[in-house]
Ligand binder design. Sequence first.
Ligand code: MRU
Length: 346
Amino acid sequence: MRTVFWEENQLKMIDQRILPGRLEILAYTDHKSVAQAIRDMVVRGAPAIGAAAAFGLALAGYESASTSTPDLLADLRAASNVLKSARPTAVNLAWALDRVMRVASSANGNADDLRAAVLDEAQRIADEDVEINKRMGEHGAALINDGDTIIHHCNTGALATVDWGTALGVIRTAHEQGKRIHVLVDETRPRLQGSRLTAWELEQYGIPYEIISDNMAGYFLKAGKAQKCLVGSDRTAANGDVANKIGTYMLALAAHDNGVPFYPVVPISTIDLSLASGDLIPIEERDPQEVLGLEFMGERVTPPNAKARNIAFDVTPHRLITGIVTENGVIYPPFEINLKKAVLGQ
Ligand code: MRU
């Protein structure tokens, strides 16, 4: 089953808020509810968000009563802005919406032809995502040795994409190649994408794993008990700085200090050449309740009047990165030159 898919004129998505307790599919028929689902993290992970938003735009086409193509295009443009504003850091969101809008603007025929063209392009984005992830899996798996223990942060698997996954996709490919791998799963505070979602996926793939709290990673790296770190990315700047789930930077620092290779696994759609460095990447700050509402032994962990910050992403500077795995191969420093070549095919 795909994480995000189109069925019976509806967008259907696995509800990631309630996993691993329950596996439920929610159906969407309007773009505003899709934007809300992205905001609420029913769907999350950069490529999954991009595909969901593209299908959201297809829904906007069917919601619109416009019979002329200029009017329909105006409605789509408005819907695209609503969807784009759902979350700021993952560039795949804007990338997918801009790609669908480009197709819509150049489509021939009447309003219904335009609606069909928008849906086709959304479907193409979803299908391509799976194929791209498989290619990244092959390139990345070549870096993994039999017997490696890998530290993984957040969730970058089938759930973060349309299917297969980015960093977790590399782990799956290496596992399918027969390499014996052990995964140390960062639990990934505060939304627990590691202990809830990555562990759930690894369980199904039969890949051995142990969950560690985020602050244990340094211990394992220093003790020589992990040979690689694999993470995803929500946006990668032109110089190779990588924005990813909060805590990635600390993991990269500890990996670097201990000489452990650190690889982000990044579809080309996640590379934003318009930003010279990671300092320019917009960083999402979410509701403090996601930090304050955590429970321990059935009790809320914080005093009633406690305040909190909830920064959702951080930027790992390129100097801490060994190589960036893309569908076009593994990119090594100097990233400024080699990323551009990978993106523009030069
Ligand atoms: O806040 P989330 O769960 O959407 O964050 C997801 C991540 O940080 C992933 O590592 C990233 O999207 C890339 S993986 C496909």
